[in-house]
Design a protein around this ligand. Structure first.
Ligand code: FCB
Length: 448
């Protein structure tokens, strides 16, 4: 395949920017949540984070040093609209103008995520995703961003991991706003989120100053076959797209969150199983969700092994004792980056970007001043090789974004977990490239 392929890295606004109360930014739900004692590990919060808001030039210089070709970052909605809707804050736009210009002049292609979880607090107080107006609020914000930046930026992603901000924010309550809403409400929120995606796509295309590419970036835990027997491949595929029978496990599913966007319909098994919890699903809602998009973004960290069980149904294979895992205790399963993209491409038939993949390690600065994160290098190369194998087998993959460019605020885990290619000392804000950053530089040079 001769398509352009981008080697990149990703971050998100609240996790790195800091400057939480500067230049007219409004509050968002993560500001409020993490300032409440007991919500985040050791009561950390993102008030300062990596101070990227003031150090973006240095950070772009480091991207250039690593040779990163694309940088996926998110815009903080409440910097642009302090109240979520209505009045635009020019200073918010100005920050991203400077960042984007800096990226472009250093040869790094910007990829903008519109929403990576920092929902404006004012809108949350007006009902947030429960409010049918939330669809228009998001579309207005998306339109403003594209109107302003599409003279220089051509790739936009609407939502990062809708499963997570609804599932963790409103089902388990482990993320902001920290609620355990009734299931009926969370299905309605999901419905509004996908309508907001569709309405935003329409609004973005209408105002773009040049042709733009629009994608969506849900997440998934991949199901990979335990062997290359056709039955096991089929078992893995069907489990990957099946809606869990227990409605309380619904929110992590693939098809519930992607079939409406890609096909304009909810999966039938889900419709059957979740009937008591579903909102009124109008044909015009589904039509709105189903706007043509240009690529399918996917965050992939790990997966299960699946085989056909004795009863003919798919079954997950128990992990072996002492299986490989990251500092987050997430299993290491490189084959996820082969099977995930392959199954997704077969079903949705859109070019794929891996919008996030990476690992947390127990990184530390050694006495020689370096950060020897050998396991991150090994992890990343193993995963990437599987991704390239999928590409060789015909899956249309356009890029890979390592999560994350630099250590940052890992939500409920605070600064405890380090995912970066760049080590951040949060006391001094000093950045140091880890061994993995040097490895990635070489990898990119050899695989342009
Ligand atoms: C993903 C999030 C990202 C980061 C990584 C580790 O779920 O999108 O912000 O927290 O996990």
């Amino acid at each position: 395949m001769n398509q352009e392929f981008i080697w990149g890295a990703a971050t998100s606004s609240y996790q790195i920017e800091g400057a939480a109360d500067e230049d007219g930014k409004g509050l968002h739900i993560w500001d409020v949540y993490s300032r409440q004692p007991g919500m985040v590990f050791d009561n950390h919060n993102g008030d300062v984070a990596c101070d990227h808001y003031h150090r973006y030039r240095e950070d772009v210089a480091l991207m250039k040093e690593i040779g990163i070709q694309g940088y996926r970052f998110s815009i903080s909605w409440s910097r642009i609209f302090p109240e979520g809707t209505g009045k635009v804050n020019e200073k918010g736009l100005a920050f991203y103008d400077k960042l984007i210009d800096e990226l472009i002049s250093n040869g790094v292609k910007p990829y903008i995520t519109l929403f990576h979880w920092d929902y404006p607090y004012e809108l949350y107080q007006r009902g947030g995703w429960m409010n049918p107006d939330s669809v228009d609020w998001f579309a207005e914000y998306a339109k403003t961003v594209v109107e302003h930046f599409s003279d220089r930026v051509t790739c936009f992603i609407t939502f990062n991991e809708p499963q997570c901000f609804i599932g963790m924010g409103h089902v388990t309550g482990r993320h902001a706003p920290g609620l355990k809403n009734p299931l009926r409400d969370t299905f309605l929120m999901a419905h509004h989120v996908m309508m907001a995606h569709g309405k935003a796509v329409q609004a973005m295309r209408a105002v773009a100053k040049q042709p733009i590419l629009i994608g969506y970036a849900p997440t998934s835990t991949v199901c990979a076959p335990d062997s290359d027997r056709a039955e096991d491949i089929e078992a893995a595929r069907s489990l990957y797209f099946q809606c869990p029978e227990k409605p309380e496990e619904w929110s992590w599913n693939v098809s519930w969150w992607s079939d409406p966007v890609m096909f304009g319909r909810y999966p039938e098994d889900g419709i059957r199983q979740y009937a008591p919890y579903l909102p009124d699903i109008r044909p015009e809602d589904l039509a709105l969700m189903n706007q043509p998009i240009d690529f399918y973004g996917q965050n992939i960290y790990n997966g299960y092994r699946v085989r056909q069980g004795g009863d003919g149904k798919p079954e997950c294979v128990k992990r072996s004792p002492g299986y490989d895992k990251t500092a987050m205790e997430w299993p290491v399963t490189p084959e996820s980056l082969y099977w995930g993209p392959r199954f997704l491409y077969e079903r949705y038939q859109k070019p794929i970007y891996i919008t996030e993949n990476g690992m947390a390690c127990h990184d530390m600065i050694s006495r020689d001043g370096h950060i020897h994160d050998a396991s991150r290098i090994d992890f990343t190369e193993a995963y990437i090789r599987e991704l390239l194998r999928a590409r060789e087998d015909g899956v249309d993959i356009r890029g890979y974004f390592y999560w994350s460019l630099m250590d940052n605020f890992e939500w409920t885990e605070g600064y405890r977990e380090r995912f970066g290619l760049i080590y951040v000392d949060y006391q001094t804000q000093k950045r140091t490239l880890k061994d993995s950053a040097y490895w990635y530089r070489e990898w990119i040079q050899n695989h342009r």
